[in-house]
Design a protein. Structure first.
Length: 191
């Protein structure tokens, strides 16, 4: 690393800390994430249903925690609130666990609408920056891509509910894998 780069980024080796010593573990973790992500691409329906079931279980656990909290906060006057929250968490968890396909379709529709809304906001921001920033096109373009993704998901809904969540998780794992691989290699190369 050149002196100019060190000055620009500060004392990078101290920022990296133990990353340089453990670059191999980070690299290996990246390989694992990358392989699991690629495998996940081939089983998006399974990955979607497992994720939805996991979320339902977390809601059930959250309901139990709310019950415990309700009885621990008796004197504070919040017992009724925590019991109502416990019932809502529990019911949501039970419905999701009993109907994971329906839940995944619902979550996928929410994801599609969020993508569309986010895309519109990005596109508007990019368009508003048009006269002020030379790279205004990139947020505008990112917004159009988000809108397009949301519309594609909705166009195939409710069937898209079976694979979208799993696809997003698989792609995220692949991106994280590459990130860890590159971070590990970068940490190794710093002297």
């Amino acid at each position: 690393m050149s002196a100019e780069e060190m000055e620009e980024y500060g004392n990078l080796p101290s920022v990296l800390g133990d990353l340089q010593k453990n670059w191999g573990w980070i690299f290996a973790l990246g390989i694992v994430f990358l392989v699991l992500g690629v495998i996940g691409l081939g089983m998006t329906v399974f990955l979607t249903l497992v994720t939805v079931l996991y979320f339902g279980i977390l809601l059930l656990v959250g309901g139990v925690v709310q019950v415990v909290r309700a009885f621990r906060t008796k004197g504070e006057g919040n017992m009724a609130f925590h019991l109502v929250m416990a019932v809502l968490y529990g019911l949501a968890g039970i419905v999701i666990i009993q109907h994971p396909k329906l839940a995944s379709a619902f979550f996928t529709a929410v994801i599609a609408f969020v993508l569309i809304f986010q895309g519109v906001m990005r596109a508007v921001l990019g368009f508003r920056l048009r006269g002020h920033l030379n790279s205004w096109f990139w947020p505008f373009f990112a917004g159009l891509i988000s809108i397009l993704l949301g519309l594609i998901i909705l166009a195939h809904w409710p069937v898209s509910g079976l694979w979208v969540i799993g696809l997003f998780i698989a792609v995220e794992m692949i991106v994280q894998g590459w990130t860890y691989i590159m971070l590990g290699l970068a940490a190794k190369s710093i002297s």
